[in-house]
Design a protein around this ligand. Structure first.
Ligand SMILES: Cc1cc2nc3c(=O)[nH]c(=O)nc-3n(C[C@H](O)[C@H](O)[C@H](O)COP(=O)(O)OP(=O)(O)OC[C@H]3O[C@@H](n4cnc5c(N)ncnc54)[C@H](O)[C@@H]3O)c2cc1C
Ligand code: FES
Length: 272
């Protein structure tokens, strides 16, 4: 059995009054969700206790020729276990796809600024492709609010609807569309009246490909619906030290890893 150091690292960090740094977590489960899309469950009590929706963790490949960690949004938390859902796109994710229960992996996080979900609302989670995982965690967290908050998921998939079973337990209403049927803007147009007639006013939380989020931001701002957008960027460190992830905004250059990944439509200048 590998030696798992997570508990010790967290205890030492807590005693020193700081966040735990990079640590080694045990893989609890690893499975194929859909073609090329994997679910990875790691045991990380600190992430489980502190992560907020849209925050991410850095996973470090064991292959030392890949110096940079890979960021993934937290998709679900159960007890001390944290679920990540990812697609194989290159060498790092290909390596992670070989992980099995009992293996170990180096982790840092949670990192980044989360969605602001402090006010009661009808939170409309608009996700595209592998932007869906952080929204699953938003749904899980929001489903525990007893303040009139509602959750509507609006997910756009390329083909397989890989997250419907995962979001259903946490959402009041679920809608989805695959590429052959249209895109999430078509879906939002279809359900606009329903979104406005469920009690609380809608607030959009979105994550997905940049062109999709620009369209979502424009759709929302035309209707005076507030939107928070979780951006993806190529990252280096993940915590503000390397300037790999900057995005130009009307307020200057901001770091997606530290100033985001969540930004408002106004911060990004993405109004219609
Ligand atoms: C905040 C955040 C959350 C994310 N959450 C998820 C998630 O929940 N599920 C998921 O499948 N993917 C997610 N991604 C994208 C994921 O990080 C990349 O797909 C992954 O890093 C690719 O690594 P690779 O080694 O397979 O690809 P390679 O192409 O070999 O990667 C080379 C380098 O580019 C970076 N990179 C490559 N593609 C991306 C990308 N699309 N976005 C950011 N960096 C990239 C890698 O981190 C690495 O440094 C997220 C990205 C960010 C920024
Ligand atoms: S990834 Fe290093 S500054 Fe953002």
């Amino acid at each position: 059995m590998p030696t798992i150091t997570t508990g010790t690292v967290e205890r030492q960090a807590a005693q020193a009054g700081r966040k735990p740094g990079r640590r080694t977590d045990e893989v609890i489960a690893a499975s194929l969700l859909s073609e090329g899309i994997y679910e990875l469950v790691i045991r990380d009590p600190y992430v489980a206790r502190t992560a907020q929706p849209a925050q991410f963790v850095n996973l470090y490949p064991a292959d030392a020729t890949m110096a940079l960690p890979r960021p993934f949004g937290v998709a679900k938390v159960e007890g001390d276990d944290v679920t990540l859902i990812y697609q194989i796109v290159g060498a790092g994710t290909a390596e992670f796809s070989l992980l099995q229960a009992g293996d170990v992996i180096d982790v840092l996080g949670p990192l980044g600024k989360p969605f602001d979900t402090t006010k009661p609302a009808n939170y409309v989670l608009v996700g595209g492709g592998l932007g869906v995982p952080p929204l699953l965690y938003a749904a899980q967290k929001l489903s525990k609010c007893n303040d009139g908050t509602q959750v509507t998921s609006v997910f756009g998939y390329r083909d397989a609807r890989f997250a419907e079973d995962l979001v259903a337990p946490f959402a009041d209403k679920t809608y989805s569309i695959v590429n052959a049927e249209g895109n999430v803007i078509d879906l939002l147009n279809d359900i606009e009246d329903e979104l406005r007639n469920v009690g609380q006013p809608p607030v959009i939380l979105s994550c997905g490909p940049t062109p999709m989020m620009k369209a979502v931001a424009a759709w929302a701002s035309k209707r005076n619906i507030p939107a928070q957008l979780s951006l993806e960027a190529r990252m280096g460190c993940g915590y503000g030290a390397c300037v790999a992830c900057v995005v130009d905004t009307p307020g200057g250059r901001l770091k997606v890893c530290k100033d985001g990944p969540v930004f408002t439509t106004e911060e990004l200048g993405w109004e219609a």
